[in-house]
Design a protein around this ligand. Structure first.
Ligand SMILES: Cc1cc2nc3c(=O)[nH]c(=O)nc-3n(C[C@H](O)[C@H](O)[C@H](O)COP(=O)(O)OP(=O)(O)OC[C@H]3O[C@@H](n4cnc5c(N)ncnc54)[C@H](O)[C@@H]3O)c2cc1C
Length: 330
């Protein structure tokens, strides 16, 4: 690998601030720099207003924040983001480009890798550097049934991190860095125009941020059972999730889905009710601190990952569990 100039994070915005996934990528970048002494971390952020975002990214470890400000970036088109990212790559000439496997990242990162004439390591759960300073990207393969670590040996390595694979660092407000404003004619690059954005309204805690997640699967037998899970989640101050089988059945919206093709959650407590524990489901919750499973099949895969398990019909176990919990919580 040619010696590149450190690491560039392709950032995303949540309002006027860097998204949590971008802060996670910055933390991953900082830890990679421990193996690349003397090299630097930069980030590119495109938004309607980036002043605060640049400073926040620097507090989270970036030496340089490339910013592109335009009202069109309030809801960025992937091709505009690719143009901005490509310009930042040209200026920073990094050896490693890190992005996130988000809805936007899934569009932007493969296109960027193609433009840079390299491949993309998608959906990485860990990144490291080998002795030859190649990026090592660890990612699930074969539908989550195996994990592969691949060495990215091209001159520029491009990887997209799965959300919550890395903890964001605490901001250090004493850090200083450089903010470089990019001027790019994005109007000529945009071929798709967003007409309307409809935010899904959700009450309570976001699934991805919840400290307790109560998830239901096909074993619940129907949508009504999710009302019971909701009561438990409310009691514990958590959120409700689901397996793909439950989402595909239309019992809950697909935004509830946990797993390889759903959300990644890392709560302190994950309660799986009527979920078999298929590898694709576990890919989204196996990093939970404690997994509790309720399943009537003692041979269910979920019991391999669960710290505590109750073998039984959830309709009998669950009410008793709720009653006991109410007593415990006073
Ligand atoms: C490429 C790909 C991507 C995928 N992505 C995802 C993903 O992101 N998320 C995901 O969840 N899946 C995903 N899947 C699907 C996955 O393989 C499983 O099919 C799915 O997770 C099964 O959901 P389930 O556990 O709810 O259902 P099942 O496998 O049918 O399991 C139901 C469980 O409920 C138990 N049960 C039944 N009745 C009761 C009862 N009365 N009380 C207690 N327990 C009971 C059964 O013993 C069983 O273990 C993906 C598959 C593929 C191929």
């Amino acid at each position: 690998m040619a010696d590149g100039n450190g690491i560039l994070v392709i950032g995303e915005m949540a309002g006027d601030e860097p998204a949590s996934t971008t802060l996670e990528a910055l933390a991953a970048g900082r830890s990679l720099l421990l193996s690349l002494p003397g090299e630097k971390l930069s980030v590119v952020l495109a938004g309607a207003s980036t002043t605060a975002a640049g400073a926040i990214a620097i507090a989270h470890g970036a030496e340089t924040a490339y910013t592109a400000e335009s009202s069109s970036f309030a809801d960025p088109a992937p091709e505009a983001m690719v143009a901005v990212a490509e310009e930042a790559v040209r200026l920073a000439s990094p050896r490693i480009v890190l992005g996130s496997k988000t809805i936007l990242g899934r569009d932007v990162m493969p296109r960027l890798a193609f433009r840079l004439g390299t491949a993309l390591a998608q959906d990485c759960t860990a990144v490291d550097i080998d002795n030859a300073k190649h990026l090592l990207a660890t990612r699930p393969v074969y539908g989550g049934n195996a994990v592969a670590t691949i060495a990215c040996v091209s001159d520029i390595a491009v990887a997209a991190l799965r959300a919550k694979s890395v903890d964001a660092a605490q901001p250090d407000l004493s850090r200083t860095g450089e903010v470089v404003a990019l001027t790019i004619d994005i109007a000529s690059t945009i071929r798709v125009r967003s007409i309307e954005r409809v935010e899904q309204t959700s009450e309570g805690i976001r699934l991805e941020d919840a400290r307790v997640v109560v998830s239901g699967g096909r074993g619940l037998g129907g949508p009504d059972a999710f009302t019971e899970l909701d009561k438990l989640a409310t009691l514990l101050g958590g959120a409700v999730g689901a397996s793909r089988a439950a989402c595909d059945a239309g019992w809950v919206p697909s935004s509830y889905q946990v797993g390889l093709t759903g959300k990644t959650v890392t709560p302190e407590l994950y309660i799986a009710v009527g979920i078999s524990g298929a590898s694709q489901h576990m890919a989204g919750c196996s990093n939970s601190r404690t997994i509790v499973a309720i399943n009537k099949d003692t041979g269910a895969n979920i019991f391999k990952d669960a710290r505590f398990g109750v073998a039984g019909d959830w309709q009998k176990v669950f009410p008793a569990f709720m009653e006991h919990l109410k007593v415990l919580l006073g």
